[in-house]
Design a protein around this ligand. Structure first.
Ligand code: IPE
Ligand code: IPE
Ligand code: MG
Length: 250
């Protein structure tokens, strides 16, 4: 994916993914319950949608809730899912004004029915918007996405074999890719993780194969536009080789 130019002569990542981590620690630091951190984290997410869109980012994937986050206390889980629902209900005006298209990545079948319904509605309502696309990774796990994609790809391969139409044989990288949750979205160029952990925690495993990673020590609720600016600056200075070698300069 060729980086875009925002007029300031620097590379802007087309697709940015964010592992929004550190809500709990942010709250703990202030003697507050973890839920207070999630509330503040939601406010940051809203700010960052605007900041990313203003900088010309085309796709922003936000890791909201992982397939492993169900291990947390039931109250915390329902608080987070409640916040997501609130966001989807309240932020539609913002999406309309800014032409933000909402999308989902993750296992829809495992979500409570009301949340799944709100996500579907938001995706449907904004599907023709041409501004930045915000991908909510909710009940998302990279492994789960790959397994679901492989199963769908196998179904398609078997159907082709039965009807003798189309390609036969096993799945290929291309077929798996075509059955990921959002096959039309380019792979992330930059994946940011806040709160200082150096791990991927099951985020965009397939798509992030050649992403540039940026780790920030700051907790997610403390993140500002300046932090995003720094991450994008850092990205602009990286040399991406995709397994090749640097071209000789004359
Ligand atoms: C990220 O913050 C939000 C979710 C994972 C839902 P955490 O809740 O993981 O915060 P820490 O890592 O405990 O500080
Ligand atoms: C990753 O954060 C998931 C989200 C930000 C939604 P976690 O807090 O769940 O990750 P670990 O447990 O530190 O790896
Ligand atoms: Mg965490």
């Amino acid at each position: 994916m060729s980086p875009e130019n925002d007029g300031t002569n620097r590379n802007i990542p087309v697709h940015v993914g964010i592992i929004m981590d550190g809500n709990g620690r942010w709250a703990k630091q202030r003697g507050l319950p973890r839920t207070a951190g999630h509330l503040e984290g939601l406010k940051t997410a809203k700010r960052m949608v605007k900041e990313a869109s203003d900088r010309g980012v085309k796709y922003l994937s936000l890791y909201v809730f992982s397939t492993e986050n169900w291990k947390r206390a039931a109250e915390e889980v329902s608080f987070i899912l409640g916040l997501v629902k609130q966001y989807l209900l309240k932020e539609m005006d913002f999406s309309r004004e800014n032409k933000i298209r909402v999308r989902h990545a993750g296992n829809m079948a495992g979500l409570p029915r009301d949340i799944a319904e709100e996500i579907r509605k938001a995706c449907e309502e904004t599907k023709d918007f041409t501004g930045m696309q915000v991908i909510l990774a909710l009940n998302y796990g990279g492994r789960d996405e790959i397994v679901r994609a492989v199963n769908r790809a196998l179904d398609a391969v078997n159907k082709n074999a039965e009807s003798s139409a189309g390609p036969r044989g096993g799945v290929t990288e291309e077929t798996v890719r075509n059955f990921l949750d959002n096959p039309d979205i380019p792979d992330p160029d930059l994946v940011i993780r806040t709160a200082g952990e150096f791990r991927v925690s099951n985020f965009l495993l397939w798509e992030g194969a050649y992403a540039e990673y940026y780790i920030s020590p700051k907790f997610w609720p403390d993140w500002t536009g300046d932090d995003l600016e720094e991450a994008i600056d850092s990205y602009g200075k990286r040399e991406r080789r995709f397994g090749g070698v640097k071209e000789a300069r004359t």
